[in-house]
Design a protein around this ligand. Structure first.
Ligand code: ZN
Length: 386
């Protein structure tokens, strides 16, 4: 299997470490104000871009907004409290969402115009330069400009060199996320162990050799609780205190589900990486799937993109090769003879009228993914030296 070592060059890897922080009552209030100020800055800059576009079809650049913000700080007390680099990071975030928007327009898609972030829809901000406004100490402290020293629970040490720090709110908990440069990727592994996986609805994932991993039952139970709590919110009167309580409850369930799912993803990804030196998967375009199907709920629930992201980074850390391929026709084509056998999502078995192959649909897809990975890996799999 010559394909294994081809095209793999060394590059530096980034890894994120997330820790819960424990602000005191005053610090919590300050954090909330800071998050709210970042949200307002984001929305104000979005408004400027929108106005300029609607009145004169002009687009405002990041550099112009950064200069505007610098002047605005002298008269706006809230903006004055923001660390300048972190404010720039928020404005760059807006810039990126516009770049994505225009890229998609250019490629013929019809994306929605970047949207204002409502209260509760903006949950984090970033310090892009180490030591500028924010510093994390391995003694379990976080120093934040204008807020002070905040307690951190370092449940595991971070690796490598911290490049950026982000502060994130999830329901009533606060976190710091350290994005670290962890050095060069390891040498590729020598073993010739290969797997292709297909992520699906019936099973969480299936492999080309016919193994299945199901969604864990505790996750199913939590998702049920999520639906019940969601209904309870919609029954309460808008603006009332009961509704606010129910929303808070809902956020807590959301957080629990997200944590459980991430743990599950980490465990399953670790198992695969321990066993295989070469892993092929489909490159997912969840958006088009969600749009086209009534199964949208279970598709987004499975969080496949998150899983594949975790799998990719674990594979890279371990020196395994991770290849993703264009998923087009992988579930339709026969993995034995190549005949196209059209079937709806609800049809769970691949039965080939041409060669007689009978296979669970996801296993058939996984075999096609492996074949594609060998012969037509996507261009973006070839990483360049950093
Ligand atoms: Zn066939």
């Amino acid at each position: 299997m010559l394909f294994m070592a081809c095209g793999v060059r060394s590059y530096t890897m980034r890894k994120a470490f997330k820790y819960r922080i424990y602000p005191n009552v005053n610090q919590k209030r300050e954090l909330e104000i800071m998050l709210e100020t970042h949200r307002r800055l984001y929305n104000e800059c979005l408004g400027q871009r929108k106005d300029a576009y609607e009145t004169s079809q002009k687009s405002i650049k990041y550099t112009e907004q950064s200069a505007w913000f610098k002047a605005e700080r002298s008269s706006n007390g809230y903006y004055a409290q923001l660390n300048f680099s972190s404010a720039q990071a928020t404005m760059r975030r807006l810039q990126r969402s516009f770049e994505n928007f225009f890229r998609r327009v250019k490629s013929g898609e019809k994306p929605g115009y970047p949207r204002f972030k409502g209260y509760g829809r903006f949950t984090s901000w970033t310090y892009p330069a180490v030591g500028d406004g924010c510093r994390l100490f391995d003694s379990g402290k976080l120093r934040l400009q204008n807020i002070g020293m905040v307690k951190v629970k370092l449940h595991r040490p971070w690796q490598g060199e911290i490049k950026t720090l982000s502060i994130k709110q999830e329901a009533d908990h606060w976190y710091v996320i350290a994005s670290c440069d962890v050095g060069d990727a390891p040498e590729p592994r020598a073993e010739q162990t290969t797997v292709a996986i297909d992520v699906g609805i019936e099973h969480f994932l299936s492999t080309d050799d016919g193994q299945h991993v199901s969604n864990p039952t505790y996750l199913k139970q939590s998702l049920k609780k999520l639906r019940v709590t969601g209904r309870s919110v919609s029954r309460k009167k808008k603006g009332g205190s009961n509704r606010r309580k129910a929303v808070h409850q809902l956020q807590k369930v959301h957080r629990k589900v997200a944590n459980q799912r991430r743990d599950f993803h980490h465990k399953e990804a670790s198992k695969l990486v321990q066993r295989y030196a070469y892993i092929a998967a489909e490159s997912l375009n969840i958006k088009s799937m969600v749009r086209n199907s009534r199964l949208s709920r279970s598709i987004s629930d499975a969080g496949w993109n998150q899983f594949l992201g975790i799998l990719r980074s674990k594979a890279e850390e371990a020196g395994s090769v991770f290849v993703d391929v264009d998923p087009k026709h992988t579930s339709q084509d026969c993995s034995e003879c190549g005949a196209r056998v059209h079937k709806k999502l609800s049809v769970r078995w691949h039965k080939c009228p041409n060669c007689g192959l009978k296979l669970q649909r996801d296993v058939n897809a996984a075999r096609n993914i492996l074949a594609k990975a060998r012969y037509e890996p996507l261009k973006h799999n070839v990483r360049h030296q950093a």
